[in-house]
Write a protein that binds this ligand. Structure first.
Ligand code: AMP
Length: 195
């Protein structure tokens, strides 16, 4: 079993679809009932802000991390439990990584994909063994899954790397995944690079 006390959520800073909002609310219910903190990019905008508000309105804890220069575009969420305003994007992403036991990817845009791929490639390079869960709501991430299969099929990633992402279609599957996972590995995990 993998004990998770803080979950990093990567998702869009743009206006969310109604179905994505439903899943954000369902996730908020789970986080609050399980006592899991939400870690995220600290914005008030889009699905990011919506998910943070859903957790806060249920009495949960939310830790936001936003770069100073982005604050004017994404607008820092001042109502979160703790908002860290940091020097730049690299510090933000590192702090989000360090503060979290696992990562959950909701629908989003380029920034969401950048964050997801960074955690995936770090995992491939054996820099961590934290779970990465992709919530494929109504097939939103189907093209991504297809692309990953294509990359493996063409020999640019090992077939085993497909297991590095856990694809679920509903947040209700998340706690079951953690239950079935082994505890963090104290020895370095395997490097999945091609020889
Ligand atoms: P998006 O999915 O494009 O709406 O972005 C979601 C979050 O990812 C936002 O908080 C962005 O600031 C963040 N993000 C992280 N890395 C990047 C990047 N390399 N380019 C753009 N946005 C990024």
């Amino acid at each position: 079993m993998r004990v998770i006390s803080s979950l990093c959520i990567y998702c869009g800073s743009s206006k969310p679809q109604p179905r994505h909002q439903e899943q954000a609310e369902a996730l908020a219910d789970i986080l609050v009932s399980q006592g899991i903190d939400m870690v995220y990019g600290g914005a008030r905008a889009g699905l990011m802000g919506f998910t943070a508000d859903a957790v806060l309105s249920r009495g949960g804890r939310v830790i936001g991390i936003i770069p100073e220069y982005l604050d004017k575009y994404e607008i820092g969420h001042t109502g979160v439990t703790k908002l860290h305003i940091v020097a730049n994007m690299h510090v933000r992403k590192m702090m989000m990584f360090d503060s979290s036991d696992a990562f959950l990817v909701f629908p989003g845009g380029y920034g969401t994909m950048d964050e997801m791929f960074e955690m995936l490639t770090w995992r491939q390079l054996a820099m961590h063994d934290k779970p990465i869960i992709v919530v494929n709501i109504d097939g939103y991430w189907d093209p991504l899954v297809k692309l990953l299969e294509h990359i493996v099929q063409q020999g640019y990633a090992k077939p085993e790397t497909k297991n590095l992402l856990h694809i679920i279609s509903d947040v209700s599957e998340m706690m079951g995944l953690f239950k079935d996972m082994s505890p963090p590995d104290p020895s370095p995990p395997k490097v999945w690079l091609q020889a």
